[in-house]
Design a protein around this ligand. Structure first.
Ligand code: FAD
Ligand code: MG
Ligand code: MG
Ligand code: MG
Ligand code: MG
Length: 551
């Protein structure tokens, strides 16, 4: 079935979609999904495709398993093994999906349209642009690498975000070794070419440095015996430590291991300029230092895509850094637009904004005061709506009244205490300090995609039974619990078949056993049996034959 093309003003072609299969009078709502990464793909895989007319738009026609990208940079895993065509994923699901390989460059929420551009040539009007309209829009476009406007980074550094980036890095590593082997170079030039710099001590930078170190010591040292002693890997981090999002034990272990491995970890250094041959960094104690390098990988954090910034301006979020949604993943102040994954952040509602309303709901007997029991009775609902309260109640730094609320149940004397609104406010005055932003990880993105699909699958039922956990003004029409993140743990591969794992409940494990846990988790998490087979066979091939060094 081909979309009917109708010409419209502005040189754009609108794709007006007819729905010939639908019964008379019933028209499926149009869901448009931007992005085929972790959030978008998980949403699509969990969406009941019978309920909606779904259009997917992404400049890449595949899903990429990003946690294995660092392994692609050194040929431990092949690029093909970490990607799955989106059309195959959609086809397996069945249902009514369309995919356009194009990029969205403008969202027009007033007219419920998005502007897209294909880079595969032009249409009759000569610009390759088209419009798509939506009833619901799911923005899952991820983030871009952030250079923090450091001069020379875009021109001279590699990023590690996409499969192409990983492939380029691999070629560049090999080029550095071949260049350093040429007969006409002096020792200093060879050294320069073999200086690999990684900027950013987060999980990606650390894993890449570890992977590169393994590649050099296990494979390349045999093939380039005369220059292998000249190789140097530097890891530069502006903060005082690497892997700051992990437990202190993991940070220490990683820093020690890298030290033993001969990776030069430079913490407290901020890169201020990158030129073709040298990198300049700053440290309060040493001042500026400039070092020559052969290849640099920039991995310092993420930023918002320009068309999302433009969209934020349109909807009154101009002063924010990241697109904000509410806890149901609805974009604030913008009907029928949802945002998931790295492109957005949840603006957790503060208890203090709703404190009078919460008091009113809790005060069942309308006495104007709350007994401890009255509060206890709605505490579970409060936890769902305001997860920060649960975190606070579990923490040890409770104030007196909060402590009374926590311990009061079943104690007749304490239960009879009545709290005024002022005392209630005081009890909860510190809870909002427990609000935390979720990390930009595949785990969060996938859980959000799945959650949103569940909401979409039940949307109709929900509209018929509008009842939220706690009905705060204006939000009652949603009967779903807000999105709740479940942290399943995090890995930091450190090279030499050693991995650090931090699992829920501050359970930390470091070493070879966690490496095997890592292999098994990443094998199970593969999106299809095909990629699973490929990844496992890549690992096996690497164990037996080592990594390939052509390129
Ligand atoms: P993405 O997965 O980045 O997907 C964005 C999608 O939007 C892409 O398909 C892109 O092509 C598309 N898109 C971009 N621009 C447009 C546009 N204008 N219009 C339409 N579509 C567009 N997380 C973990 O939890 N564990 C890990 O081990 C881990 N390792 C990582 C290693 C690396 C090297 C990297 C880069 C990331 C890693 N992450 C990891 C983080 C994780 O990959 C991200 O948090 C996750 O990909 C976010 O999902 P997303 O769907 O928001 O964005
Ligand atoms: Mg996505
Ligand atoms: Mg992805
Ligand atoms: Mg996010
Ligand atoms: Mg009362």
């Amino acid at each position: 079935r081909r979309p009917r093309q109708t010409s419209s003003g502005g040189g754009l072609v609108a794709y007006a979609d007819s729905q010939p299969d639908q019964p008379q009078g019933f028209k499926k709502k149009k869901v448009v999904v931007l992005g085929t990464g972790w959030a978008g793909t998980t949403f699509l895989r969990n969406l009941d495709s019978k309920l909606y007319d779904v259009q997917v738009i992404s400049p890449r026609n595949y899903f990429a398993f990003t946690p294995l990208l660092p392994s692609v940079t050194c040929g431990t895993v092949e690029p093909r093994s970490v990607v799955e065509p989106i059309r195959r994923i959609l086809e397996k699901k069945g249902g009514d999906f369309k995919f356009w390989e194009a990029e969205c460059f403008k969202i027009d929420p007033a007219n419920k349209k998005i502007h897209c551009r294909s880079n595969m040539g032009t249409n009759l009007d000569g610009n390759g642009e088209f419009l798509v309209d939506y009833d619901y829009l799911v923005v899952a476009v991820g983030a871009r690498s952030n250079t923090f406007n450091t001069p020379g980074v875009t021109e001279n550094c590699h990023f590690l975000k996409e499969v192409e980036d990983a492939q380029k890095i691999r070629r560049s590593v090999m080029d550095c070794f071949e260049k350093a082997s040429l007969p006409y170079l002096n020792e200093e030039e060879r050294k320069k070419n073999l200086h690999f710099v990684v900027v950013g001590g987060g999980p990606t930078g650390v894993e890449f440095a570890a992977e590169l170190h393994d590649f050099v010591t296990e494979d390349l040292s045999k093939l380039y015996p005369s220059i292998q002693h000249l190789v140097k890997i530097s890891l530069i981090e502006a903060a005082d430590h690497i892997l700051t999002m992990f437990d202190k034990r993991i940070t220490n272990f990683a820093e020690d291991k890298f030290g033993r491995d001969g990776i030069d970890v430079k913490t407290g250094y901020k890169v201020v300029k990158v030129s073709k041959d040298a990198i300049t960094m700053q440290n309060p104690a040493t001042g500026d230092i400039t070092v020559p390098y052969g290849m640099a990988v920039w991995s310092t954090g993420i930023g918002t895509r320009p068309f999302v910034v433009d969209f934020m301006k349109q909807i009154g979020q101009a002063n924010r850094r990241v697109l904000a949604t509410d806890e149901w993943l609805r974009v604030r102040e913008c009907d029928d637009v949802y945002a998931v994954g790295d492109c957005a952040t949840i603006n957790q509602r503060r208890v203090m904004e709703d404190i009078s309303e919460i008091f009113r709901v809790a005060d069942k007997d309308k006495s104007g005061t709350l007994t401890v029991k009255e509060i206890q009775d709605i505490l579970e609902d409060i936890y769902v709506r305001y997860p920060q309260v649960k975190l606070y109640m579990k923490s040890k730094q409770l104030n007196g009244i909060a402590d009374l609320i926590r311990t009061g149940k079943g104690d007749t004397e304490k239960e009879s205490v009545e709290l005024s609104i002022e005392e209630f406010k005081k009890a909860l005055s510190l809870v909002d300090s427990q609000v935390k932003n979720l990390p930009a990880t595949a785990q969060v993105a996938a859980q959000q995609g799945q959650y949103l699909a569940t909401c979409f699958n039940k949307m109709q039922t929900a509209e018929e039974n509008p009842e939220g956990p706690i009905r705060i003004r204006g939000e009652g029409r949603h009967r779903f619990n807000p999105f709740r993140y479940r942290h399943l743990g995090q890995f930091a591969p450190l090279g030499g078949e050693q991995t650090a794992a931090q699992l829920p409940g501050d359970w930390v494990s470091i070493g070879h056993s966690s490496q095997w846990l890592w292999y098994s988790v990443y094998a199970t998490k593969q999106i299809s049996w095909r990629t699973r087979a490929l990844v496992i066979s890549d690992w096996g091939r690497r164990f037996i034959f080592g990594r390939d060094s052509s390129g």
